[in-house]
Design a protein around this ligand. Sequence first.
Ligand SMILES: [N-]=[N+]=N[C@]1([C@H](N)O)O[C@H](CO)[C@@H](O)[C@H](O)[C@H]1O
Length: 838
Amino acid sequence: MQTVPNHQVDNLQIEDDRTGLSVECLKRAFLDNLFYVQGKFPKIATKNDYYMALAYTVRDRLLQRWINTAVIYTERASRTVSYLSAEFLMGPHLGNNLVNLGIYDQVKQAVSELGLDLEDLLEQEEEPGLGNGGLGRLAACYLDSMATLEIPSLGYGIRYEFGIFDQDIRDGWQVEITDKWLHCGNPWEIARPEWEVYVRLGGHTEAYTDEHGRYRVRWIPFQVIKGVPHDTPILGYKTNTANTLRLWTAEAPESFDFAAFNSGDYLGAVQEKMVSENLSKVLYPNDDSSQGKRLRLAQQIFFVSCSLQDMIRIVFRQNVPLEKFHEKFVVQLNDTHPAIAVAELMRLLIDEHDMGWDQAWQITQKSLAYTNHTLLPEALERWPISLFRELLPRHLEIIYEINYHFLEEVKAKFPGDSDRLRRMSLIDESGEKYVRMAHLACVGSHSINGVAALHTKLLQQDVLRDFYQMYPEKFNNKTNGVTPRRFIVLSNPRLTNLISSKIGDNWIKHLEDLKHLEAFVDDPEFCSQWRSIKSAIKQDLVAYIAQQNGITVNPDSIFDIQAKRFHEYKRQHLNALHIITLYNRIKANPDIDITPRTFIFGGKAAPGYYMAKLIIKLLNSIGDVVNNDPDVRDRLKVVFLKDYSVKFAQRVYPAADLSEQISMAGKEASGTGNMKFALNGALTIGTLDGANVEIREEVGEDNFFIFGLTAPEVYALKARGYRPLDYYHSNRELKAVIDRIASGHFSHGDTKLFKPLLDSLLYRDEYLLFADYQAYIDCQDRVSQVYRDRDRWTRMSILNAARMGKFSSDRSIRDYCQDIWNIKPVPIELGECIQAKE
Ligand SMILES: [N-]=[N+]=N[C@]1([C@H](N)O)O[C@H](CO)[C@@H](O)[C@H](O)[C@H]1O
């Protein structure tokens, strides 16, 4: 096996099997890896053996970039972004790395010449579901964009042994299944035990005076956990940069206690191992809500402390003085989950590296930046003081001291305003007292951003109003974005090729170039190609639905898709009210002329979220009746596709005609699925919420189906008193819909099953479904009309995609670099380093 890269023999170019990109070389390398890595030969190889062999073949071809990038960053001590996130929803790596390496077609050719199908092998990969939804996926899109824009960056998180649960649907109900994503191994990571660090938990602190007569504190922990990093390369698109995602696994310092074993205490021998490993055992499956569990706080300090210690190790290795930590690293906090970093960086600088309080505080504020992702009160993390004192006694002391200095600042700026002091304090004095993590993040950071223009405005006007009045200069908006590499190039190659055939492929790195497509909006040939690609993709999904759900859907119907986590504020049950409205219209007049629709749902509900799970049951129950009701004559179909994931999403976004973004205004911070649907030519029906507002601004009001109360109107209606029953009694179609559910029509006559949901709507309706019902139905009727005008629909579809340039995660990252991180790209030369090494 050749080890050095391509070399000249008598000016004959000899490809090196570890890096060569020709079909012949790829085939050789693939069979070599099947033999040398998997220890298999074709006759007995399994699909997973083939997938692993291909994965290692592709990994070999990005290693040079990965090592070169690390060498250059180290040599130049490049300023680096650390993206701290409890979630990274990366999705399958193989396809994405083939696109970013620009070798998708060669590899497809190579494996097909070996009698294999690349799509099949891609299907084999277990995706690392280390996230719940938008927040985790955004982190993954941002890693892809930072690498593509050649920004030195490190993603830091937890390598959960079990990611987001797999979802099965049994008798219409969600059932959670453990996600054993690592059971076949993970070819995309490399363990780095040489960089393991230790994290302390529990115990107590002792004050003492050091040899310089200075007041010091030592922390005597109850438990010490070892953090072992596992690195995954993050390749940029058609660039030499490969950044790193560093995920921490928790282990016991001593994984086996021989003394206990010898004394026959076998459980004791592995006790510590089990307790320690629990820290990175499983992802908490809650999206937009926080459960104050001790293990969750322990997970947060674990990965934050490991990551900050790792950054300090890198600072020392690059001979950067610790006083310049903030010049080397800017640390982005992905929501409050890593907010303990404010206290942990202070602890490390003061207790571990003898820095004075003021200097440490300066460095901390200059290093940290905080992104808020939600306005939901139940999602704003606050930890009981008692739990903090038990688990993190030293951090609590530091937080009290930070709070003291902070409240002095508030007093100075707002003298005599004791209520403001109470509202802004890091400590919530009510009940058993809590540490407010959002307040800690705001005080300890130099930047506070929301994730869409409306969201940032509502943060400044409401949830963080006091902090905006205190630090207006810290607040800024960074509207979310999505990577076009995974969500159109990899997911929709047919549309990608059509677009590139018209405007070249520069748009993949410069999404604003999509606007050049507008020149073809009246080109009949282009429009028909655009339409036939959407139809072909819908046909693929028809086949998938038939295979997965045994349901036959009409490919010419409107594919009306709502795919996202289940939450009452996202109002999947409002979508259900529309379905039943159409169903009732058909039942009332079977000959009614309805535009055929296929309602497709996907999404998981947090296991403990009863109402969300009941909505999933309702949708499946409606489907069972509507899909089999002869009166409906296949004009309506309801399909719940189980186990929504990134891999799943890549199949669904390109197939949509209509994207449902119908949250109650003021609740969805941004949304990112809305961007992925529109990028693939879907039209959006939605409220003026989150990034919908900006999508509508970009695509044009004529190309967006808007409805519903705005955020100020929601506020006003709730303020003046909202009585959902009035809407029920005054709206005939709405009443008929609710009565249809209440009658047990979708529950085999059981009138109790959905009563909790109906009662929540009739007597509370916190998310104003009844108030928005008529506007929604009227808007859906407009959608049905427009869909009948094929040319108009195609025109709107093209314009939607053409005007999505703003919503590339590359634009988001450029904004972060300019306004928050103050960092410049560091281009990587490929040739240079390896030669240098030799
Ligand atoms: N947590 N959290 N927040 C969310 C999503 N649920 O993950 O973050 C996403 C990423 O910022 C947002 O798009 C979405 O609106 C918001 O609800």
